[in-house]
Design a protein around this ligand. Structure first.
Ligand SMILES: [Ca+2]
Ligand SMILES: [Ca+2]
Ligand SMILES: [Ca+2]
Length: 421
């Protein structure tokens, strides 16, 4: 069978990241009123379980959780952010990557496949800071909750510890903008901060060296989310991701889809990748009602994980089911430079069998690169049944795109070529 892609994971460990950005979200210029007050930073303190240290080759380990608010009830944009560790771990000393996320779907951090991955930090060894620049993330009046997660190193020589902080504002050349070596958070309004203090997690986590792998894989459904409602039809392609926590690969992924109160009913998912980096399950929907979905996965030495349950509802609402023939996936160009700057627009228009445009449908766009790297992102169609993704790459190669719209795989699978300058 044709298989769907899973998303934004580094299936091959240390490749530079390809980032999908919904171009609808990027760089909306607005007029902001400049304020002399500092933007508000509210720490959501993470209390670490000291009996459960992180170990090598783990990912989605939450290290910092902060909500940002604009001043004077004005919307603002987070342009750049830097992070420091107050204790002993740093880049290649316990930490391989820091990933920035914004909170999506269920409140709080779920990470891969659920929250919005903004991207991987760059490391500046001279100032001992990680930073993200040129972001343009909207900070609404209601606040922007951001997370920083850790991917631990492959080869550690000793124990390291983590206590992350947004350092006090330091604008070395006083130009109001982030330059490498500056510290803190920089906003479109110029309302940079934090001023006079750092925003630091209170608790310290250990990254323990050694060869043990005692965690099962993390497996996630990436195209259906808690609280979603779908229209009754015969079948629905459930799409997902899996990656082992620790040094082994995923060996098994199963899904259970049951009505409330029924016993688990584990079924194998299918994957063309030996490590289940992406997988699909073709669900034959028995009827309307509420269903609980969960995943069971094991690594090569039998460490097992059972995911939290996702609850969805199937309704017979007369809404259209997506037609793979009527819907379209197209690119504005088939070739681009792998410079991380020039992006290709992937346009998706979702229609029912009668050509009617379908709003509010989850669409998962994913690609598989020739070297085995997989990326994914899921967004929701607007009133005109449309979505646009901006796709960029820093790595040359071909990428084969797949879209699954509301559980239906679209017919088109365009190929995108990134070339070196
Ligand atoms: Ca969330
Ligand atoms: Ca500066
Ligand atoms: Ca493991």
């Amino acid at each position: 069978m044709k298989t769907v892609k899973n998303w934004f994971q580094n299936i091959k460990s240390f490749n530079p990241v390809w980032i999908f950005i919904s171009s609808l979200l990027v760089f909306v210029a607005i007029t902001c009123v400049h304020s002399s007050l500092s933007t508000n930073f509210v720490l959501n303190n993470i209390v670490f379980d000291t009996t459960n240290p992180w170990r090598r080759l783990e990912f989605d380990k939450l290290g910092l959780d902060v909500t940002l608010y604009p001043n004077n009830s004005e919307v603002d944009f987070l342009q750049s952010l830097s992070i420091m560790n107050l204790t002993s771990a740093y880049y290649t000393r316990g930490i391989e990557k820091l990933i920035l996320w914004t909170d999506e779907r269920d409140i709080g951090f779920q990470g891969t496949g659920v929250d919005q991955r903004i991207g991987e930090a760059k490391w500046d060894g001279s100032s001992f800071t990680w930073y993200w620049d040129d972001m343009g993330l909207t900070v609404p009046e209601s606040g922007l909750r951001i997370f920083v997660s850790v991917e631990t190193e492959r080869n550690m020589a000793d124990n390291r510890t983590v206590q992350f902080s947004i350092p006090e504002l330091l604008d070395n050349n006083e130009n109001g903008k982030f330059d490498i070596g500056d510290k803190g958070a920089f906003f479109y309004s110029g309302d940079n901060g934090p001023i006079g203090l750092e925003i630091s997690n209170n608790s310290i986590q250990v990254i323990k060296y050694g060869t043990e792998d005692h965690l099962g894989p993390k497996s996630v459904i990436t195209n259906l989310f808690n609280g979603d409602s779908i229209t009754l039809r015969n079948s629905f392609i459930v799409s997902g991701f899996s990656k082992d926590q620790g040094k082994f690969d995923t060996r098994l992924v199963q899904i259970s889809i049951t009505t409330e109160g029924s016993p688990d009913n584990w079924q194998d998912v299918s994957s063309e990748m030996i490590n289940f980096g992406r997988w699909v399950y073709n669900w034959s929907i028995p009827g309307t009602g509420s269903y609980n979905l969960k995943l069971r996965s094991r690594d090569l030495i039998g460490n097992e994980t059972i995911s939290d349950s996702t609850t969805i509802t199937v309704v017979n609402d007369g809404e259209g089911v997506v037609s793979s023939e009527q819907s379209k996936l197209s690119l504005d160009k088939n070739e681009s430079l792998a410079n991380g700057k020039i992006y290709v627009n992937a346009l998706i228009i979702i229609k029912g069998a009668n050509g009617n445009l379908l709003a509010n449908k989850n669409v998962e766009l994913s690609y598989l690169r020739a070297d085995g790297y997989v990326a994914k992102n899921t967004q929701t169609t607007d009133e005109s049944g449309t979505l646009v993704w901006g796709v960029i790459s820093t790595v040359a190669g071909t990428a084969n795109l797949t879209a699954i719209a509301d559980g239906v795989e679209l017919n088109e699978h365009p190929i995108l070529i990134f070339t070196n300058e």
